[in-house]
Design a binder for this molecule. Structure first.
Ligand SMILES: [Ca+2]
Ligand SMILES: [Ca+2]
Length: 383
């Protein structure tokens, strides 16, 4: 009996240790830690009619966006920003304007982002995105009251917010969700360099399942090498890579390596904590570029970013119509990849493979099927 009691005590102790370790272990990308915190809600005035001021602004609609001047400089992945751009799809962008959804969190193609809910949302019939500067303590609250795009007008409201603090920390509060067909393409934070990002969805679940939960993002105190957002995929074989170092005494010299035959140019240091270099001769496919600095204990701190080169245009083949055809030919084509545009005599037609073309007048016509891949390469075929 006594032994069982001891075993049970040890088991409980281990369980308690495991639980506390589990909760203490935040998700990290080397720059930030993400952890769950006590459920909190700030809210905003959330009014579509209140006049915008320096401390309050809003927009609404599908694919709408708003630029807001911050009351203080906010550091995101080591870069200071005086302005944010919020969209009605649940995102805060730091470089890009406009809106986007359902993007790749790892490499957004639009620079750094806080994606509170990475999904196609719409506040066309209900809600909006509301930005409010609050004090005591200083913070900027970005609140979304929104439907999903596919439930536009069904009154299935979803409410969540992002809170920015002057010390660079971030909180994401998920208040309530009533979507019945929600989707989540990867919510969280990203420096859009393929290396530094934390997916909230992977750590805790899809945004629309997080009702009543709050998550905090704080900078780690560990030394870090941060690479600025890189554009990838890209169809040029030369790219300038820049970034910062943090937590090294008097800045830090960096060393750079690459796992392909690409050439790394000399490293330039505009300041003691910023650096840049040019990589040339990047090879087709993935080039992993590693940037390292050595900390006070002699240990290397490394950030590896993938740069994907794609110089090969999509292949396009038109199967029909070919030669002399009737008035309503069916268009049939194959493309290897990319986004397809179909034109007849230079005019875009909204047709896809398998569709009948609109009636054509007698005579010669030119059909072109064009495909553009993510790197911007264009392949086409004419008939
Ligand atoms: Ca939308
Ligand atoms: Ca390609």
């Amino acid at each position: 009996m006594k032994k069982t009691g001891l075993m049970l005590t040890i088991f409980l102790l281990l369980a308690a240790m495991f639980f506390s370790l589990k909760t203490a272990f935040a998700s990290t990308d080397g720059f930030y830690n993400l952890s769950e915190v006590t459920s909190t809600w700030e809210g905003t005035d959330a009014s579509r009619t209140k006049s915008p001021t320096a401390d309050y602004d809003y927009t609404y609609g599908d694919e709408s966006n708003l630029s807001y001047n911050l009351p203080w400089s906010f550091n995101f992945y080591g870069q200071p920003y005086s302005q944010i751009n919020v969209d009605t799809n649940g995102n805060v962008w730091f470089g890009a304007t406009g809106s986007a959804h359902s993007f790749n969190l790892t490499n957004t193609g639009r620079g750094a982002v806080i994606a509170a809910w990475n999904n196609d949302l719409s506040s066309y019939y209900y809600g909006g995105v509301f930005v409010q500067h609050k004090t005591n303590p200083e913070r900027v609250v970005i609140e979304w009251q929104t439907e999903t795009y596919t439930e536009e007008g069904f009154h299935r409201p979803n409410t969540f917010e992002v809170v920015l603090f002057p010390d660079g920390s971030i909180r994401m509060d998920y208040k309530s969700f009533s979507t019945t067909n929600g989707d989540d393409f990867g919510s969280g934070i990203s420096n859009s360099n393929g290396a530094n990002f934390i997916s909230n969805s992977s750590a805790y679940g899809s945004a629309f399942t997080l009702t009543g939960r709050s998550f905090q993002v704080t900078e780690t105190t560990d030394p870090a090498v941060i690479v600025a957002p890189v554009i990838s995929p890209i169809n040029v074989t030369i790219q300038t890579i820049s970034g910062t170092t943090r937590g090294f005494i008097n800045g830090a010299a960096i060393t750079v390596s690459v796992d392909t035959s690409a050439t790394i140019g000399p490293v330039i240091y505009p300041t003691s904590t910023t650096w840049r270099f040019t990589a040339s001769g990047l090879t087709e496919g993935t080039n992993n570029i590693s940037v390292s600095a050595t900390d006070a204990n002699g240990n290397p701190v490394t950030s590896t970013v993938p740069v994907f080169i794609d110089t090969i245009p999509p292949t396009v083949q038109i199967l029909s119509p070919v030669g002399v055809v009737n008035k309503f030919p069916v268009v049939n084509y194959t493309v290897s990849d990319g986004t397809v545009t179909v034109t007849v005599d230079g005019e875009m037609v909204h047709k896809v493979s398998g569709d009948h073309l609109d009636p054509l007048p007698t005579g010669g016509h030119m059909l072109r099927v064009e495909a553009r891949d993510l790197a911007g390469n264009v392949g086409f075929a004419d008939s």
